[in-house]
Write a new protein. Structure first.
Length: 268
């Protein structure tokens, strides 16, 4: 059975990704490589990172790219302007920046057809054995396997919105339901309500100074784009889980630094 390597939020930090894969001694024919989402935005090399991941897939390895909320923004943009993009036209800079942030126009201008196909093919989750990978979090109202949830057209619009919240969830109501976007009071971290129904959940989306091991959840967004580290969770064939990381070369994003945890996480 192959090693499972799960990479935290890259956010265009391509050099750090290459350094991390070298440190892990990644072997395309032997390892399964999973990204928790958000390859794009904030860092210096969003389009180049997509191209690099496509090259990894072309090498014949098993590479899974789980969809993140920033990836979803690009897909919404594509759905809105797909005819223009397919004709090779580049939308105006101001339009790109309004949808996608300061680096949106430069990223869009470099993206190729295969990069869009990569984004369009991203699942909401990946599962192997006792481990589930997704980007944001899980509502305790979800009982079926997340990776299949969007396959059904029979869900109500409310239900489908709850499912898509897998990319965005940080906190929940105490009954496990997903709050409205502007709600902040009376909420609890989703990790505190997770009951282990999908085994270990590995996620990104919430940048921290260290790996956030909490209950049956492991957060591996260690804020590379903010100048901290890029982290990978490693599951060996014998099910041992640990993590490795490399330092960021610079602080790329013009945002506050990641929240420091009161404790340093350890391997499980």
């Amino acid at each position: 059975m192959a090693r499972l390597l799960v990479i935290g939020d890259v956010h265009g930090c391509l050099i750090e990704l290459e350094n991390l894969l070298r440190k892990l001694q990644y072997e395309a024919q032997q390892d399964t490589l999973v990204f928790v989402g958000d390859l794009l935005n904030k860092g210096p090399s969003g389009a180049e990172t997509l191209s690099f991941v496509n090259d990894l897939k072309d090498d014949g390895g098993e590479v899974i790219y789980v969809r993140g909320n920033h990836d979803e923004k690009y897909l919404q943009f594509f759905n809105q302007f797909s005819k223009r993009l397919r004709r090779g036209e580049k939308p105006p800079r101001r339009l790109c920046q309004g949808w996608l942030g300061p680096d949106g126009h430069s990223t869009i201008s470099k993206m190729k057809s295969r990069d869009w196909r990569l984004l369009l093919g991203t699942p909401l989750s990946f599962q192997r054995g006792n481990l589930t990978v997704l980007h944001g979090g899980l509502s305790s109202k979800i009982h079926c396997k997340p990776k299949h949830l969007l396959d059904s057209k029979s869900f109500s619009s409310k239900r489908r919105a709850e499912i898509k919240s897998l990319m965005y969830i940080r906190n929940l109501h105490k009954d496990g339901s997903v709050p409205n976007q502007n709600q902040v009071r009376g909420l609890v971290p989703w990790q505190d309500l997770y009951d282990g129904r999908f085994g270990w959940v590995v996620y990104g989306h919430q940048p921290k100074s260290h790996v956030n091991h909490r209950g049956h959840t492991i957060g591996i967004d260690t804020a590379c784009c903010y100048g901290n580290r890029l982290t990978a969770l490693v599951q060996e064939p014998g099910s041992q889980i640990y993590w490795e990381s490399v330092a960021a070369r610079s602080c790329y994003a013009n945002c506050p630094p990641p929240k420091r945890l009161k404790y340093a996480a350890t391997a499980v």
